[in-house]
Design a protein around this ligand. Structure first.
Ligand SMILES: NC(=O)c1ccc[n+]([C@@H]2O[C@H](COP(=O)([O-])OP(=O)(O)OC[C@H]3O[C@@H](n4cnc5c(N)ncnc54)[C@H](OP(=O)(O)O)[C@@H]3O)[C@@H](O)[C@H]2O)c1
Length: 339
C-alpha cells in the first residue's frame, strides 16, 4: 500500500523529511479495525514527533493521527463496526500513523461517521475535538446547562488554532460560558469571533490588563493551548479564587504553582492520547464523544474547522502542511484527501 514515511528526522525543507513509499498492508486482529483512509489532517504533534534529531529508523516510520475513512476489515474481537462503515478517529500515538492507504485502529477510539459529513470535513475534527472536549468536560469539569450556577467565564489562550477553534465553540455553544479568546492577527481575531468568542484579546500583549478592560478582572477557567511557559504566570494571576487552569502544552521550565494556593485554584493537564496509551477502562468514551461531535456538526451547533484541503495525500503536500504548521499561524485545520 502507499504510505508517506520517514527514516531520518530532518528539517521539513529536506525532500527526505517525509517521502512517498510502499509498505505492507497491515492485518486487523483483536479489537482493531482496518480502515481505508480517505482523508487525514495534520496536527502539531506530527511536526513534534518528526522534529530533527539524530535517531534513524530501520524501517520507514509512518506518522499522522487524524483520519476519516471506511472500515475495510475487522478483527475477531470487534463488536461496534463492520466492513463498509464510515469512521473518524485520532488514533494512538504509540502505533503507526494514518499517513497510509490502510490503517489499524482500536474500535473503542473510533467514532461512527454519518453519511452527511464528508471525509475531508471529518478528518479535521477528531484530535482537536477530543482534546477540547476532554479539557472542558473531563478535566475542567465545566458544567453544562441546565444548571443553577451563574454564567461562568473562560479564557481560551490560542483561540484560533486547531484545538482553540473547537474549544471556543464548545465553551460558548454547549457549555453556555462567557468566552474570552486570544488571537493576535486580524484574520485570527475575525475567525474566533465567528466561532462564538464574546471578547478577543491579544496573547502577545498584557492579558491581565486587557481582561480587566473587558470587564473580567478574573476568570473561572483558563485553557492554555499554546506556549505554557509564556502564559502560565499570567494564568495564575488571572484565575479566579476556586478556579481551574488546564494546559495541553508541555512546559520546558518548572511551573510555579504557588500563586494558586491562597486561591484554592487548581491545575489540570489534558493529553488526548492518555486513554489509548494506557488502555484505560473508559477508552470507549473517545468513540462516544466523537459521535457526539458528529451529532453537533450535523445539527449545525458546531462548525467544522477544516480551512484548507490539499489533494492528493502525498509527501509533497504533507511536507507543505507540516511546514505551515511549524510557522505557527494556521487558522483552523489543514486537511489532505485521496491517495
Ligand atoms: N495535550 C494534547 O492532547 C494536545 C492535543 C492537541 C494539541 N496539543 C498541543 O497544543 C498546541 C496547539 O495545538 P493546535 O492544533 O491548536 O495548534 P495550531 O493550530 O498550530 O495553533 C495555531 C494558533 O496558535 C496561535 N498562537 C501562535 N503563537 C501563540 C502564542 N505564543 N500564544 C498563544 N497562541 C499562539 C496562533 O494565533 P495567532 O495567529 O492569532 O497568533 C494560531 O492561530 C500544540 O503545541 C499542540 O502540540 C496538545
Amino acid at each position: 500500500m502507499k504510505a508517506i514515511a520517514l527514516t531520518q528526522y530532518l528539517p521539513i525543507s529536506h525532500p527526505d523529511s517525509l517521502f512517498d513509499t510502499t509498505i505492507e498492508r497491515p492485518v486487523a486482529a483483536g479489537r482493531d479495525l482496518l480502515v481505508a483512509i480517505k482523508a487525514i489532517s495534520v496536527n502539531p504533534v506530527d511536526t513534534k514527533v518528526r522534529a530533527p534529531k539524530d535517531a534513524v529508523e530501520k524501517t520507514p516510520r509512518v506518522l499522522g493521527w487524524d483520519a476519516a475513512g471506511i472500515v475495510e476489515a475487522v478483527g475477531p474481537g470487534v463488536t461496534r463496526f463492520k466492513p463498509g462503515d464510515r469512521v473518524f478517529y485520532a488514533g494512538d500515538i504509540t502505533r503507526p500513523g494514518t499517513n497510509a492507504e490502510f490503517h489499524l485502529v482500536d474500535e473503542r477510539i473510533a467514532g461512527r461517521l454519518p453519511e452527511s459529513i464528508p471525509f475531508e470535513t471529518a478528518a479535521a475534527l477528531p484530535l482537536t475535538a477530543i482534546t477540547a472536549w476532554e479539557a472542558l468536560f473531563d478535566r475542567l469539569r465545566v458544567p453544562t446547562p441546565p444548571h443553577a450556577m451563574p454564567r461562568k467565564s473562560i479564557l481560551v489562550i490560542g483561540g484560533a488554532g486547531g484545538v482553540g477553534s473547537i474549544a471556543v465553540q464548545l465553551a460558548a455553544r454547549v457549555a453556555g460560558m462567557e468566552v474570552i479568546a486570544t488571537a493576535s492577527r486580524p484574520e485570527s481575531i475575525a475567525w474566533v469571533r465567528e466561532l462564538g468568542a464574546h471578547h478577543v484579546i491579544d496573547h502577545f500583549g498584557d492579558m491581565q490588563a486587557q481582561l480587566t478592560a473587558a470587564g473580567f478582572p478574573t476568570v473561572d477557567y483558563v485553557l492554555i493551548l499554546n506556549d505554557t511557559d509564556r502564559h502560565f504566570p499570567a494564568a495564575t494571576s488571572i484565575i479566579a479564587p476556586q478556579g481551574t487552569i488546564c494546559t495541553i502544552v508541555e512546559n520546558r521550565d518548572t511551573l510555579d504553582v504557588s500563586p494558586l494556593k491562597s486561591k484554592s485554584a487548581g491545575l489540570v493537564w489534558e493529553f488526548m492520547f492518555t486513554r489509548s496509551m494506557y488502555g484505560t477502562e473508559d477508552m470507549i468514551e473517545q468513540g462516544r464523544l466523537l459521535e457526539e461531535i458528529a451529532r453537533l456538526v450535523e445539527s449545525g451547533q458546531l462548525r467544522a474547522t477544516g480551512t484548507e484541503v490539499m489533494s492528493p495525500i502525498n509527501a509533497a503536500n504533507l511536507r507543505e502542511a507540516h511546514r505551515r504548521l511549524e510557522d505557527g499561524h494556521v487558522i483552523g485545520k489543514l486537511v489532505l484527501k485521496d491517495f
